[in-house]
Design a protein around this ligand. Structure first.
Ligand SMILES: NC(=O)C1=CN([C@@H]2O[C@H](COP(=O)(O)OP(=O)(O)OC[C@H]3O[C@@H](n4cnc5c(N)ncnc54)[C@H](OP(=O)(O)O)[C@@H]3O)[C@@H](O)[C@H]2O)C=CC1
Ligand SMILES: Nc1nc2c(ncn2[C@@H]2O[C@H](COP(=O)(O)O)[C@@H](O)[C@H]2O)c(=O)[nH]1
Length: 327
């Protein structure tokens, strides 16, 4: 590992503008042969996405990944999305019952367009075996596997058949993996992304640690095809987390998928619960992200997302915020 840095340590360097208006800049991207408006996906967590949000995103050409924490509803969810002509994008784990679920989908000829294998330590035989199981029974599904934090892991999961890998162990806002285990990419997620992206031959999804819209552009610069975001999406009026009022201010609950709140027990806890500011509508945030990304593309000197991939950058260690509050 040579240079180690994170989002706040980097600034992208502007190139000459080639557009007359930022509205000319195109933020769309493709994954698995499907085109989406933004290279952004809300985290597959229970306080970030539910069926209503998934449907809204699918109807409006945004990528989504439904979480896996209400397993009994997944089959019906896939059916409903298919009946409406919408993309079905679900998550799976690696335990025994998940193998049966995949088999059941295959028996019913229900092939979700996207399946994300979502476990904490994705560089494992259990994930490799699940990738192979999905590819055997649902060969049409695009498989995203994770989470990982090393080039070796990216290569192994790709070789096992994963169509994309998800990078990020512990950079999340409600993550306590770093504190509980001493491991992860928390604090150097952007450098880990670059490290992994250099080894990847398929798309990478950068997962966790995004705190500002500018971090999306930085992720693209360092090799991400898509960026998964939890905390910035958890506070909307549509968000599934409970709304609470504190000192006259509206807040929304956001908890980790490995938190005691999610698990219902205090075992192998690697996540916590917090409250995030109530932010209004989800579409407002998506629109703001699109505009900020259009602006980023213009600073990169192009009119498409790809322009960001080649810009120069400066490492300005921990100096960006200088105590300023961005939002
Ligand atoms: N991105 C991140 O940094 C992290 C994300 N998470 C999220 O939390 C949720 C729960 O994750 P997870 O606990 O993996 O899911 P599960 O509870 O479904 O566990 C999946 C399987 O992997 C095993 N397992 C989990 N962690 C390890 C490990 N470190 N070494 C060996 N085996 C392991 C589990 O067994 P057993 O429980 O018996 O060990 C279980 O059999 C997921 O949504 C995940 O994305 C959790 C932590 C980090
Ligand atoms: N270590 C843990 N990571 C978790 C947990 N629940 C979710 N996550 C990861 O965080 C990101 C979202 O990060 P954010 O910075 O955008 O808020 C999410 O996609 C997961 O990968 C957890 O309990 N522990």
């Amino acid at each position: 590992m040579e240079n180690v840095f994170d989002y706040e340590d980097i600034q992208l360097i502007p190139a000459k503008c080639v557009v007359k208006s930022r509205s000319e800049c195109d933020t769309s991207m493709t994954l698995g042969g499907h085109s989406f408006k933004l290279p952004v996906v809300p985290a597959n967590m229970q306080t970030v996405i539910d069926e209503n949000i998934a449907t809204y995103l699918a109807e409006n050409n945004y990528f989504y990944i439904m979480h896996r924490f209400e397993p009994a509803t997944r089959m019906d969810f896939v059916k409903k999305m298919k009946e409406r002509g919408l993309l079905a994008s679900i998550s799976a784990g690696v335990k025994g019952e998940e193998y049966e679920f995949v088999q059941q989908l295959a028996n019913e000829k229900l092939s979700p367009e996207f399946i994300t294998i979502d476990i904490a330590h994705g560089h494992s035989d259990s994930v490799i075996s699940m990738i192979k199981h999905i590819k055997q029974h649902l060969p049409e599904s695009f498989v995203i596997a994770g989470n990982v934090g090393t080039p070796e892991a990216v290569r192994e999961l790709e070789n096992a058949g994963a169509d994309a890998t998800k990078v990020g162990i512990g950079p999340g806002k409600v993550c306590i993996t770093k504190i509980k285990t001493g491991f992860g990419t928390g604090g150097w997620q952007l450098a880990a992304l670059r490290w992994c992206a250099k080894a990847a031959s398929k798309p990478i999804i950068a997962d966790g640690g995004i705190r500002t819209p500018g971090d999306i552009a930085k992720s693209i610069r360092f090799g991400a095809t898509m960026v998964m975001i939890g905390s910035l999406f958890a506070g909307h009026e549509e968000s599934p987390g409970q709304t609470v009022e504190k000192d006259g201010k509206l807040l929304k609950e956001y908890f980790g998928s490995a938190s005691e709140f999610q698990k219902g027990e205090r075992k192998n806890v690697e996540g916590k619960k917090m409250h995030v500011e109530h932010k209004g509508s989800l579409q407002d945030t998506l629109t703001e992200m699109e505009q900020d990304l259009q602006s980023a593309i213009s600073y990169a000197g192009g009119n498409k997302l790809e322009a960001i991939r080649n810009v120069d950058y400066a490492i300005v260690k921990n100096s960006i915020f200088n105590g300023d509050k961005v939002f």
